[in-house]
Design a protein around this ligand. Structure first.
Ligand code: NAP
Length: 220
């Protein structure tokens, strides 16, 4: 009998990728018996300005290094080939059209679920993918009511990911590099080495810009 492939999408700016992202992907894989998890760097997030010391190639390389020892994690350059602003709805439209034998599970942290109504075509996104969401620190407590609100409003399928909470953020890692603090044990060793070898995040070359997500990372 035909069975749909269950494919997780771990999308992110990944500037840089760290153990929080990897643990989220692994938890989703296990808890929802996914066939694979695609790690998909965004090309051009409209809600963040990337600092000019990091290139798209750097973000891609760091993701590839981070996932290389996990056979059910797959790198996806799906969004990199598309010019212009990256919107998840377009990614899901392309993927579902090309791969009708796959069901997609979009993996995210709590902040993203709180802001999903500001995404382009939220209703379409929620039609094309099941959402797997993890709590983080103080955001966990009210997450259930947000899940319920979005589920009811959009007839969406949203599930809670039972992931251990790691208080690691890309923003903090960049700050640490800049101030000379250790980043050991926050991200894979190969990614750490890449950051130092390529001199990433050493200087504050951030451009000014408004974080439209209104989150922890005003300028990245
Ligand atoms: P990111 O900062 O690299 O984070 C990727 C994901 O990992 C986020 O969901 C984030 O959750 C989660 N995360 C980070 N650190 C974590 C930790 N320590 N523990 C648990 N979870 C952690 O990427 P992003 O810029 O938020 O983008 C995420 C995805 O959403 C991308 O695929 C992007 O294209 C998509 N997106 C789409 C639109 C749109 O289509 N209009 C708008 C915004 C984002 P939090 O959300 O809680 O930080």
């Amino acid at each position: 009998m035909h069975r749909q492939r269950k494919v997780g999408i771990m999308g992110g700016t990944f500037n840089p990728i760290h153990f929080g992202h990897l643990l989220l992907g692994e938890t989703a894989y296990q808890q929802f018996a996914l066939d694979e998890v695609l790690f998909m760097p965004t090309k051009n997030p409209y809600y963040k300005k990337l600092s000019n010391s990091v290139t798209e190639e750097d973000r891609v390389k760091m993701v590839q290094l981070a996932i290389k020892d996990n056979s059910h994690f797959t790198f996806s350059g799906e969004e990199l080939d598309r010019e212009g602003t990256t919107y998840t709805v377009e990614t899901l439209r392309d993927l579902t059209k090309r791969n009708p034998d796959c069901d997609y599970y979009f993996i995210m942290g709590a902040d993203s679920l709180y802001h999903i109504e500001s995404w382009k075509d939220t209703a379409q996104v929620l039609k094309m993918a099941v959402i797997l969401v993890a709590g983080r620190g103080d955001l966990s407590s009210s997450l259930n009511s947000q899940i319920e609100y979005i589920e009811n409003k959009y007839d969406a399928s949203i599930h809670f990911l039972n992931s251990p909470s790691l208080q690691i953020s890309s923003n903090d890692i960049r700050r640490r590099v800049q101030t000379g603090e250790s980043i050991r044990y926050l991200l894979p060793r190969d990614v750490e080495d890449y950051i130092y070898e390529h001199g990433l995040y050493r200087e504050d070359k951030n451009e000014s810009g408004r974080d439209q997500k209104g989150l922890k990372e005003p300028v990245i």
